[in-house]
Write a protein that binds this ligand. Structure first.
Ligand SMILES: O=C(O)CCC(=O)C(=O)O
Length: 299
């Protein structure tokens, strides 16, 4: 659905001003988006999955390990597709306010795309270079949104998500380097003059939601604190927005309608999108592409 049509529907959760800010800036923090009950359920599910990772020695299709991971001292970068590995994550993605928030920025009919639980372990949790998401998973329009939830308080030292306000409006950057390698990163020298003035650090208390438009330039710095930064990221789109490449993080829930009804017609934005490599043979994960590290996972 295009923005002008989404705006014809009154917001359910966000204030009108917050929704306008999201469309204007491409990002938004929503405090107290998740109540204490859900936060406990999600943290318990996360703890179960971290316990499961103790048996894992190498990154695989489920866990992306941080350097130094061991059974005694688990250190994770990501749990890929948490909705497939613990029922609480799908319950949250489909039944909670997370999907209601998506209706405010995608329109009344909302479809689930994929999910990930990104960690930044204390003292060194990996940074994310500047990038735009949609070239990794193009859709027929630009309604896809990531609704991220901080499962613990996240201040400046923990590597909060950062975005460049308004960077979703100009043409997309290439996610390939000059040699034609997929890097999923935008070198700082390619950013528009004065970009530093538009950087917003999306910090928030546990239970805050961070909304990231699929075109906005974003990234995050390393965790230099002693506190963990777990962030659950669910991607939704309007029901009439159709992905046209293989989902890099596939799951049986891809395409599930979580609010409203299925579409009969697809929506097409006239602005085209650079295509990613073919993910049907698997995807190497952002850290591999951004820093040439050999891990399995996905954006
Ligand atoms: O976890 C982070 O800090 C960044 C996540 C991100 O940029 C992404 O998943 O696209």
């Amino acid at each position: 659905m295009l923005v002008e049509d989404i705006l014809k529907h009154p917001p359910a959760v966000l204030s009108g001003d917050d929704r306008d800010r999201f469309f204007d800036e491409g990002c938004l923090v929503v405090e107290n988006a998740v109540d204490a009950g859900w936060l406990k359920r999600l943290r318990d599910a996360m703890a179960e999955m971290v316990a499961r990772s103790r048996e894992v020695r190498e990154s695989d299709g489920i866990f992306v390990l941080e350097d130094g991971h061991s059974a005694d001292n688990p250190r994770l970068r990501r749990l890929s597709s948490p909705v497939m590995h613990h029922p609480e994550f799908w319950a949250f993605a489909s039944e909670s306010r997370s999907a209601d928030i998506a209706t405010d920025v995608c329109g009344p009919d909302v479809k689930f795309y994929h999910s990930k639980l990104n960690f930044k372990w204390p003292d060194g949790g990996q940074l994310f270079d500047w990038h735009q998401d949609i070239p990794a998973w193009p859709h027929t329009d630009y309604s896809p949104v990531t609704v991220g939830i901080y499962l613990e308080d996240c201040g400046m030292e923990q590597g909060p998500l950062r975005a460049i306000r308004g960077s979703h409006k100009p043409p997309l950057h290439s996610m390939y380097d000059r040699q034609g390698n997929w890097t999923l990163r935008i070198p700082e020298e390619d950013l528009p003059v004065g970009w530093e003035d538009d950087v917003v650090s999306l910090t928030g208390a546990a239970g805050s939601a961070v909304l990231i438009n699929c075109r906005v330039i974003h990234g995050s710095q390393a965790n230099v604190s002693q506190r963990m930064r777990p962030m659950l990221l669910n991607v939704y789109s309007s029901a009439d927005s159709m992905p046209y490449v293989t989902n890099p993080i596939p799951s049986p829930y891809e395409g599930a309608i979580v609010r409203g009804k299925a579409a009969r017609f697809s929506c097409h934005d006239p602005r085209g999108c650079e295509l990613p490599p073919d993910w049907s043979g698997g995807y190497g994960g952002p850290w591999k592409h951004q820093q040439g590290q050999s891990v399995t996972g996905s954006d």
